[in-house]
Design a protein around this ligand. Structure first.
Ligand code: GUN
Length: 311
């Protein structure tokens, strides 16, 4: 199966469809065992992008036969309401996974939210216990976006082992866990990693030396063709809304200037249709994994090292 189109465009939607096909079998197996997976999403925000992400996650659950529960709180509700909601979901045996959409409002302590979720149901992998396990090489849930990037690379036949990967961005959601996954002594890891961020002097000097560039800074079109060497694999994690003269009034652009990068790169992921679908797929993956662990029914899960062989 080829996941590459137009010469060097790595099609995240195609990889995502393939992985979701494999996950469907695991969902069916769990349902047959009387344990249909269930994901709870919690939204405490009026940010239109967050609302869109949450509804995309729910729709993806529906498509795969995963049950979804949704809790919505007013953005100006007391923080205690959010903690009570999480407590209820923690205690509900019919809920296998819990996701609180970030960002939460400023009056809510984000770190306390992450700590409040039962680590066994923490399908984002953001609870400090799960972050620690990832760093220690004993991950329970790999965070969805970096795990999706690992599978994308695998599907394209790009093994990071021994390669120089440059991660641009140091967020808790992408940059830090991506770096940790890439340095693990494990399939999809074993890379030499450089991390660039907002205080890095001359990002291009680093990206030009990379075999793999992962752009996750949240800055529209930060990485362009001039900052890349020929043949580099470029993964664009950015999803930035920029003003546009169209019906919506905005368009989505990545952290990579796609047109100039495509001229130089060995492979490049588009926005949309690159990392985005994989993030949601890996959320489904973690929900299936959480359910399997909670009910003690083993299921097959696709993982790094398996897709490349099918490509
Ligand atoms: N906001 C942006 N990305 C994410 C994510 O992966 N998980 C959650 N919970 N919130 C987010």
């Amino acid at each position: 199966m080829s996941f590459v189109r137009d010469g060097n465009v790595l099609d995240g939607s195609a990889v995502s469809d393939h992985v979701r096909g494999q996950l469907r079998d695991s969902v069916d197996a769990l349902a047959d065992a009387g344990a249909t997976p269930s994901l709870a999403t919690v939204l405490m925000s009026t940010d239109p992008a967050s609302e869109t992400y949450v509804s995309m996650k729910q729709r993806a659950c529906d498509d795969l036969g995963i049950e979804s529960v949704h809790r919505e709180l007013d953005a100006d509700a007391p923080a205690a309401e959010l903690f009570e909601t999480v407590e209820e979901l923690n205690a509900d045996p019919d809920v296998n996974g819990i996701l609180v959409q970030m960002p939460v409002p400023d009056h809510v302590d984000k770190r306390r939210v992450l700590r409040s979720i039962d680590p066994a149901k923490d399908v984002d992998g953001f609870h400090p216990e799960n972050v620690g396990r990832l760093v220690a090489g004993d991950a329970r849930f790999k965070p969805c976006t970096p795990h999706g990037v690992q599978l994308l690379l695998d599907a394209a036949g790009v093994d990071p082992a021994g390669k120089h990967a440059v991660v641009v961005g140091r967020s808790d959601i992408v940059g830090k866990p991506m770096t940790n996954l890439l340095i693990q002594k494990d399939a999809g890891g074993n890379a030499t990693v450089t991390v660039c961020h907002s205080r890095t002097d001359d990002v291009g000097a680093h990206t030009r030396q990379a075999d793999i560039v992962i752009a996750a800074a949240g800055v529209p079109e930060l990485v362009d063709g001039e900052m890349l060497s020929a043949g580099t694999t470029v993964v664009d994690v950015g999803v930035n809304r920029v003003d546009a003269d169209n019906e919506k009034g905005y368009e989505l652009v990545g952290d990579v200037d796609f047109e100039s990068a495509k001229e130089v790169a060995g492979l490049v992921t588009p926005v949309p249709g690159g990392v985005g679908p994989m993030t949601i797929t890996m959320l489904l993956y973690n929900t299936v994994k959480a359910t399997s662990q909670q009910v003690d029914v083993p299921v097959d899960l696709p993982d790094t090292g398996s897709l490349g062989q099918e490509a």
